[in-house]
Design a protein around this ligand. Structure first.
Ligand code: PBG
Length: 320
């Protein structure tokens, strides 16, 4: 087989997996407590954007050819019920309206539908005596998704891992006149160590306990397939596997078994590991990122949600 790798042109001819800018989604943080964009401490080159600086950021994203962003909101007010998550003038609702009016259809806007950024306790659902109440949380998630749809979002992405969230959100969207709004569900979101820089960025670390009762056990494969089956039966349009790099086998199994688009979320910890290692000369950033993202695609991901998106788009546009 060495004959087939001998020179660049032959290698290029036989390349089986290619990354494309058109499959990338860039996560963006919008913070209503700030006036200027602010560097996120443990995520080099990533920012919390003010409701103003977000427009310039999206200009960049679009000029690089990146088709989609996923928005995470950081609200002024957090309370036990997370009520600012579905406020008409909530941080995400306002950002969606602004982006929709500035960029019309040249941008796919995806929103995170969850409570952890909005609750004072930092959990992804409503609590009673320290326990997350799955079914009570569903109606709140439905309200959040509907309020995003009313603001003009293209795709809602529930990430709270409540059982039945797809069914309830689908039902609410349909009743609200948004039957054309797709749901990208985090069917398989593992209770992972790789979320820490994100939790610092949005200040959503649980005040007590952890998320193990609702996020998945990383030791389980059959359970992940069952979660996807359930989400499909509830009407999901696309599924997310999260994190990505330590779950390539999960991505592969889902994409082999189900004919549904699979998105992989290359999360904050995966991003920062490469950033810090390459800053310190341990890794070559570009080579490493391209290898990692190509592996995620090779495993079967149709879409990659990644903080590297702008860098990768730049490299791919240069003809890497
Ligand atoms: C929860 C949510 C999390 C991430 C995205 N949505 C974190 C969590 O479960 O604590 C993490 C993403 C990342 O690490 O990049 N709404």
């Amino acid at each position: 087989m060495r004959r087939l790798r001998k020179n660049f042109t032959v290698r290029r001819l036989l390349k089986e997996t290619s990354l494309a800018v058109s499959n990338l989604v860039y996560p963006i943080f919008v913070d209503e407590c700030i006036d200027n964009k602010t560097q996120i401490e443990h995520m080099p080159s990533q920012y919390r954007h003010s409701p103003k600086s977000i427009v310039n950021e999206i200009d960049d994203v679009i000029s690089l050819g990146i088709p989609a962003v996923v928005l995470f909101g950081i609200p002024k007010i957090k309370n036990d019920a997370g009520s600012s998550a579905y406020a008409k003038n909530g941080v995400v609702q306002k950002a969606v309206r602004l982006l929709r009016s500035n960029f019309n259809d040249s941008l796919v806007i995806i929103t995170d539908v969850c409570l952890c950024e909005y609750t004072s306790h930092g959990h992804c659902g409503l609590l009673r005596e320290g326990m997350v109440m799955n079914d009570k949380t569903l109606s709140v998630l439905a309200k959040i998704a509907t309020s995003h749809a009313e603001s003009g979002v293209d795709i809602v992405a529930p990430s709270s891992m409540m059982d039945g969230q797809v069914l309830r959100i689908r039902d609410a969207l349909d009743k609200g006149g948004f039957s054309n709004t797709p749901i990208l569900s985090y069917s398989t979101k593992f209770a992972s160590s790789f979320y820490r820089p994100f939790r610092e960025a949005v200040n959503s670390k649980p005040a007590f306990g952890d998320r193990k009762s609702y996020q998945m056990n990383y030791a389980n494969m059959k359970e992940t397939l069952r979660e996807v089956e359930l989400d499909i039966s509830e009407g999901v349009d696309m599924v997310v596997v999260k994190p990505a790099l330590t779950y390539l086998d999960v991505i592969r199994s889902i994409s082999d078994r189900f004919s549904i688009p699979v998105a992989a979320y290359n999360v904050s910890g995966e991003y920062s590991m490469i950033k810090y290692a390459s800053k310190n000369g341990l890794l070559d950033e570009k080579e490493t990122v391209l290898e990692v993202l190509t592996a995620i695609k090779r495993a079967g991901a149709d879409i990659i949600i990644t903080y590297h998106a702008k860098d990768v788009a730049g490299w791919l546009n240069e003809g890497t």
